[in-house]
Design a protein around this ligand. Structure first.
Ligand code: DQA
Length: 143
């Protein structure tokens, strides 16, 4: 069965509690289980991981890449705008990532307009709320 990594970065463990006017009221466990249910229908397996620690995400991506996972969905959250380490990791790992942002980062503060990670990802989706994760999943499952 095709495996798809689902990586969520810093503060996304606070979904549902954190700025719900921007990120919605659904918690991360609720969102992940909905994504897994959709993945099951599509015949793919989701391997999910969240961390607030940049280096832990880097380690997990290499671990998954070395284990043969080839596809992934990543919301690096604030690491998107700050992390050269994560960018280098994505560039060096052999996972084709779709970068997802719940909010439209281009409509928000200027510091969110730059993604250090998008240029090393296969595609980016932003501003579609939780639907962005499902669009990324359907796309990757179709490859
Ligand atoms: C986010 C957008 C980022 O700018 C922000 O730091 C986040 C979430 C999003 O999903 O909209 O934490 O990645």
């Amino acid at each position: 069965m095709k495996k798809i990594a689902l990586i969520n970065g810093v503060n996304l463990d606070r979904l549902g509690k954190r700025e719900p006017q921007i990120y919605g009221s659904e918690t991360l466990p609720e969102l992940v289980s909905a994504i897994k249910a959709e993945a099951e229908k599509l015949g793919v397996e989701i391997i999910d991981y969240q961390s607030n620690v940049e280096g832990e995400i880097v380690n997990k991506i290499y671990e998954l890449s070395d284990a043969g996972v080839e596809l992934g969905i990543i919301n690096p959250a604030a690491f998107t705008h700050t992390s050269i380490a994560l960018r280098d990791c994505i560039a060096g790992a052999s996972i084709k990532f779709v970068e997802v942002h719940i909010s439209n980062i281009h409509k928000r503060e200027e510091f969110r307009h730059t993604s250090l990670t998008a240029p090393v990802c296969h595609a980016q989706i932003c501003g579609m709320g939780r639907e962005g994760y499902f669009a990324a999943l359907r796309y990757l499952a179709s490859l």
